[in-house]
Design a protein around this ligand. Structure first.
Ligand code: GEK
Length: 246
């Protein structure tokens, strides 16, 4: 696994963060070291897929990157006749994801078929779905487009279908937000990012990754038509939420 040193070099150019080839090449290491509980989120996606994916339905992995959540679902799904649609708008991610998924499908040909699609997730019509995953993706979608995206997902889910929403969040209480941001900074330092790398990445993500509060996510999910909503996981300012369509 290649080490993420994107913000370490001397030849570093200050520009907004993009999911380009350089990022895709170090992506597994980047997420392991940058998203507290990332591995736990994938484990839970597998457990939830085993429980919630229903016969003949479609599962969606929106903002699939290299397909980690797609593979977690695929390995866990027991319901027959299912398929997975994995979507990302980064060409570099989609190219690599297609290779990873093809290798997995060759190893386990009896599992669900997977289509990896290069598209903006806002242009994908979710339909006849039993499970949709947005694992740390919604935070990159412009805030003004989030309500409509979530409403479309809710409409496209079968009754009883499940959404998993992983997000970086911001706390309502500025003092607690400062504490959580500081603990996160320390976590990244422990994971071998220098203070300079952390500062550069934070600047690059400004206005690119736009976090919201947990209550904003809850309200949006409820307005979109989801019934039961729960935060099943929180680690500093990273959460994962499950929501069920009635
Ligand atoms: C995982 N879910 O490993 N349309 C399509 N893709 C998008 C859009 C959009 N509008 N905006 C961002 N992306 C993965 C990790 S990473 C999280 C998800 C992170 C894509 C973007 O190209 C990137 O691949 C992904 O969403 C976000 O479980 O890097 O923090």
């Amino acid at each position: 696994m290649s080490k993420d040193e994107i913000y370490a070099g001397e030849d570093f150019a200050a520009e907004p963060f993009r999911f380009n080839a350089a990022v895709a090449d170090v992506f597994p290491d980047m997420l392991e070291r940058s998203i507290p509980g990332y591995r736990a989120s994938l484990e839970a996606i597998g457990s939830l897929a085993a429980r919630y994916v229903t016969r003949g339905s479609t599962c969606y992995d929106l903002g699939c990157s290299l397909g980690a959540a797609t593979l977690a679902m695929r390995q866990a799904i027991r319901a027959p006749g299912t398929r997975i649609v994995a979507v990302d708008n980064s060409q570099a991610m989609v190219e690599r994801c297609r290779g990873i998924v093809a290798a997995e499908m060759a190893d386990t040909p009896d599992g669900p078929d997977v289509d990896v699609i290069l598209s903006d997730i806002r242009d994908v019509a979710v339909g006849d779905a039993s499970m949709v995953v947005l694992n740390y993706t919604l935070q990159f979608v412009p805030p003004g487009a989030r309500d409509e995206l979530l409403a479309g997902i809710a409409r496209g889910l079968r009754p009883g279908g499940l959404l998993v929403l992983g997000e970086k969040v911001v706390d309502e209480d500025p003092q607690m937000e400062a504490l959580l941001a500081d603990l996160y900074h320390e976590h990244k330092r422990r994971n071998d990012y220098s203070a300079l790398e952390i500062a550069r990445k934070r600047t690059a993500l400004e206005n690119v990754l736009v976090p919201e509060t947990v209550s904003a996510h809850r309200s949006r999910l409820e307005a979109a038509g989801f019934g039961n909503v729960a935060v099943w996981f929180r680690y500093f300012n990273f959460v994962s939420i499950v929501a069920i369509k009635p």
